[in-house]
Design a protein around this ligand. Structure first.
Ligand SMILES: Nc1nc2c(c(=O)[nH]1)N[C@H]1C(S)=C(S)[C@@H](COP(=O)(O)O)O[C@H]1N2
Ligand SMILES: [Mo]
Length: 379
């Protein structure tokens, strides 16, 4: 098992290692198991000697800190939170039929997962360093060096001050009650609930309080929403919009894409998520391309920062080809129907309706008609 992962992950790249689980591995699990949690890397996984690892806190602070793992754990209270991570490239595959997204992996709907994280509050560490009032942003650097920028750079990001001092933002050393796995950022990673996954810096080594957002490639040039006509290889730092809070999104986890299903009742289930202070308030499912909708049941949610699982039963007719779903958030934003209007050069934030195509089993349909005549008229 590579990096402790299931062998049936869809691997988008070996080096750097990038992989997502099949839909079935996420279906109906409020917390994603460690062996099924997606992995997104922009460089090689760094080798870190825990005893030598130090976390440096500097920039606009009264006193710089340098903390070993033991000091971090001893000095700061441990807080636990279930939170969903979602890559900005999640569901990119839906863009590819609109227009190619060169140089980016065709992530399906499972570049997302929910874990129970625990660690120190970033707010507590920043307070201990005495962060200044004029520090509008907090920047992070990881230990891994990515060759995506030229010249190569460590992976980095920043978040605005209010999110940095919010109670939900953690420096996590544990995931689902176990020591944070190496592939997920051990010994310590940021967890920035409700923000795109790219802000949750793994293998974090340096935290800098500053007046401006990070000038790291992954904040200033990548993970930005560019205009459709922009050339992603020739953009100026700061062009486009830095992605932060996750837009309302959902996908279907069961049935699987391409599944053969019996006509008649079919259970449909999936996840929905809306970032930052928004919550998922409704999920609708349709089998007639959105002419009519049925509201799904919203199921258990581990915390306000976790995805909402949902499920419903639809009636599959012999002519059914697609099951579609859309979520609504607490600001009344709904997922748009088509990815065509959302396409952007880096292929981020595809939050178009979820759609899986199914093949109704026609032999089952015939059997069904003989046992309950008229079923198709009433469906
Ligand atoms: N140091 C570092 N942190 C990182 C990354 C990375 O490549 N290096 N990838 C980011 C991206 S794009 C995502 S979506 C999440 C994925 O976290 P995971 O691999 O634990 O699922 O980590 C983020 N943190
Ligand atoms: Mo990501």
């Amino acid at each position: 098992m590579r990096w402790g992962k299931r062998t049936d992950l869809v691997v988008h790249g070996e080096d750097p290692f990038n992989a997502e689980p099949p839909r079935a591995a996420l279906a109906d699990e409020t917390v994603t198991s460690l062996d099924a949690f997606y992995v997104r890397n922009h460089g090689p996984i760094p080798e870190i000697d825990r005893s030598l690892w130090r976390l440096r806190v500097d920039g606009l602070v009264d006193g710089e800190l340098e903390l070993s793992l033991e000091q971090l754990k001893a000095r700061f209270a441990e807080h636990e939170l279930a939170a969903t991570l979602q890559c900005a490239g999640n569901r990119r595959i839906g863009f590819l039929s609109v227009r190619d997204v060169p140089g980016e992996a065709p992530w399906g709907p499972c570049a997302t997962g929910t874990a129970v994280w625990s660690g120190a509050r970033l707010a507590d560490v920043l307070a201990a360093a005495g962060m200044h009032d004029d520090a509008e942003h907090v920047a992070f650097l990881g230990a891994d060096v990515s060759e995506e920028p030229d010249p190569a750079q460590p992976f980095g990001a920043s978040i605005p001050r209010p999110k940095a001092i919010a109670a939900e933002t953690l420096l996590a050393w544990s995931m689902n009650g176990e020591a944070l796995p190496v592939v997920h950022g051990a010994p310590v990673r940021l967890v920035v609930p409700g923000y795109i996954g790219a802000r949750s810096v793994k293998w974090v080594e340096r935290i800098t309080a500053q007046s401006e957002p990070s000038d790291n490639f992954f904040q200033a040039e990548s993970y930005r929403l560019l205009a459709a006509e922009a050339d992603p290889d020739a953009i100026a730092p700061g062009e486009g919009v830095a992605l932060g809070a996750v837009a309302v999104n959902a996908d279907i986890l069961s049935p699987d894409e391409g599944a053969t299903v019996a006509t008649g009742p079919l259970r449909v289930s999936g996840y929905a998520f809306a970032g930052d202070d928004r919550g998922v308030v409704r999920v609708d499912v349709s089998t007639d391309g959105g002419r009519s909708w049925r509201q799904a049941d919203l199921l258990d949610q581990r915390s306000p920062w976790s995805w909402r699982l949902w499920a419903t039963e639809v009636d599959v007719a012999a002519e059914t080809t697609d099951v579609v779903a859309r979520a609504w958030d607490s600001a009344a934003a709904a997922q748009p129907e088509s990815a065509a209007h959302l396409w952007n050069p880096k292929g981020y934030v595809n939050n178009a309706w979820a759609r899986v195509s199914v093949s109704p089993d026609r032999s089952a349909a015939r059997a069904d008609r003989t046992t309950s005549p008229g079923r198709r008229d009433t469906a």
